[in-house]
Design a protein around this ligand. Structure first.
Ligand code: NAD
Length: 488
């Protein structure tokens, strides 16, 4: 209740002031430098470094392209060995890197450690992908040999967000390198120190100039999107669309992985406690700062058993210092994000929503927001349609599955949907009707298997899928080779 009262005081004016301060005070970045601060202790500046100007981005791409030419001619075994060596180095740096991820982006320590392990697994997996078939042979129309062959593009420009500062750069860089490209990474300003550490590990295991880091923000990213030979972006839908346009203008293939407004649909026959646990994890682990986080919980029928269990679990989530292993919900990334979530909660109550739990900012130095659940909004309210990247979700009550399906599909995003039921027929029926790129039955919407294709529909993604064997399609282009007998 105190939280709800606290929340009401966060006015639109304060939010605007925060927006203005963020621009003026270099909370995250200014055109000349990038600064990352620890979200749990904003006075702790983790890294400050000059932004890379556009000319220097183009120079980095040119240098990487030359190194990439050599690299693309190396045998697959050499590429596989180098990626394996990078995996060894990453594993050896796990403790140090875990601590840095916790400090720089406020990720709870258990999740941070798991992300480094995932990074190691990604490198090992793509080390083996270097041996994947690169084409197919065909019967020639006359005599000789006719085959298709996948070849690298040259320089892969990678533009990444801060929320998976190890895994996302690696799930782009590892396949790019495995298939013979050079990489230039433009990380989020808020994760510059982690990106620097990861790229140093990669660079140490690979030939000189093949892996480059260009710290910076929008200007640096825009320059990379124009200069690279293919562009892989992960971030918000607004920026993703700009990046895709820049890449198309320069003729480079692009893939963009963007936001979500993900629904978890709870059917009346679902196991209430198990569903409540999964949905609470989906909505609030890492303070809801995952593209796959559940933002809307669509409850079919009268299911107070689920709702009561869910709210009880959310109220027991430990909010606190991400370095403490008992913490499940740490801070949000910066003051602007904190203001955005609080403002969204205030806006929702003004429009008739009811805060079931949370809604406020606990006191203390860090950028914390209590896990917040809003009930009673119309499905077309902004909070149910647009992505608010933090610990806030809405509860929507519907009479039947058809209404659940219609509402789940009614947003511009299409990343992931969760379905909770014990009835396989109903699950299959809903899976058929859902229009998102991933569907999960009785499992959290968060969590991605790096060995399967990953991506969404509508405004959540564009271009070929990332990860798994699908990555080869994006990081290479096909050519056809015809060899006829010399005396034909
Ligand atoms: P963001 O869009 O603000 O920034 C992403 C990257 O783009 C950063 O490196 C940023 O510096 C860069 N950038 C900003 N303006 C640019 C421009 N004009 N040209 C080129 N680059 C530019 O996103 P964020 O705040 O870092 O991350 C949060 C967002 O990422 C959320 O929307 C979340 O859903 C999304 N996300 C998506 C996935 C996915 O796989 N679908 C995964 C993680 C995060």
């Amino acid at each position: 209740m105190a939280d709800a009262v606290n929340m009401v005081h966060v006015s639109t004016r304060r939010h605007r002031q925060q927006q203005f301060r963020r621009r003026m005070e270099n909370t995250v970045t200014s055109p000349a430098t990038v600064t990352s601060r620890s979200p749990q202790r904003p006075s702790d500046v983790v890294m400050q470094t000059p932004s890379t100007p556009p000319d220097a981005v183009r120079a980095a791409v040119t240098a990487a392209r030359a190194a990439g030419m050599q690299w693309s001619r190396e045998p697959a075994s050499r590429r596989a060995e180098a990626l394996d060596a990078a995996a060894d180095r990453l594993a050896a740096a796990s403790d140090e890197l875990t601590a840095l991820v916790v400090r720089e982006v406020g990720k709870p320590i258990g999740e941070a450690r798991a992300e480094i392990s995932r990074g190691v697994a990604i490198l090992r997996y793509f080390a083996q992908q270097a041996y994947a078939p690169t084409g197919a042979t065909h019967a020639p129309s006359t005599h000789g040999l006719l085959f298709s062959q996948r070849r690298p593009h040259g320089v892969a420009g990678l533009i990444t967000p801060w929320n998976f500062p190890v895994a996302i750069p690696l799930w782009k860089a590892a396949p790019a390198l495995a298939f013979g490209n050079a990489v230039v990474l433009k990380p989020s300003p808020a994760a510059t120190a982690t990106a620097t550490h990861v790229m140093t590990i990669l660079a140490d295991a690979l030939p000189e100039r093949l892996c480059r880091l260009v710290p910076g923000d929008a200007e640096t990213g825009a320059a990379l999107a124009q200069a690279a030979d293919c562009v892989s972006f992960t971030g918000s839908a607004t920026v993703g669309k700009q990046v895709a346009r820049a890449a198309v203008a320069s003729g480079a293939p692009a893939q963009t992985e963007m936001g979500g407004q993900n629904a978890s649909i709870v059917l009346p026959d679902a196991d209430p406690l198990s569903a409540a646990r999964h949905v609470a994890t989906s909505a609030f682990s890492y303070a809801g700062q995952k593209c796959t986080a559940t933002r809307r919980i669509i409850v079919v029928g009268n299911n107070n058993a689920f709702i009561d269990a869910f709210i009880a679990i959310v109220e027991e989530l430990t909010l606190g210092d991400p370095a403490d292993s008992s913490t499940m919900v740490g801070p949000v990334i910066n003051e602007f994000a904190q203001g955005t979530v609080l403002h969204a909660a205030a806006h929702a109550t003004r429009d008739g929503g009811r805060i079931l739990t949370g809604g406020g900012a606990p006191y203390g130095e860090g950028w914390y927001v209590s896990p917040t659940v809003v009930d009673g909004l119309a499905p077309d309210h902004d909070l149910c349609r647009e992505e608010v990247f933090g610990p806030i979700c809405t509860l929507l009550r519907v009479p039947d599955e058809q209404a659940a399906l219609r509402i789940a599909n009614s947003v511009r995003y299409g990343l992931v949907t969760g379905i909770y039921t014990r009835d396989l027929d109903r699950a299959l029926d809903l899976v058929d009707g859902i229009d998102t790129g991933l569907v999960k039955v009785n499992a959290a919407t968060t969590g991605v298997d790096f060995y399967l294709p990953f991506g969404g529909t509508k405004d959540s993604s564009s271009g070929p899928r990332e990860q798994g064997t699908a990555a080869q399609e994006f990081y290479t282009q096909l050519r056809t080779v015809t060899i006829s007998p010399s005396s034909g």
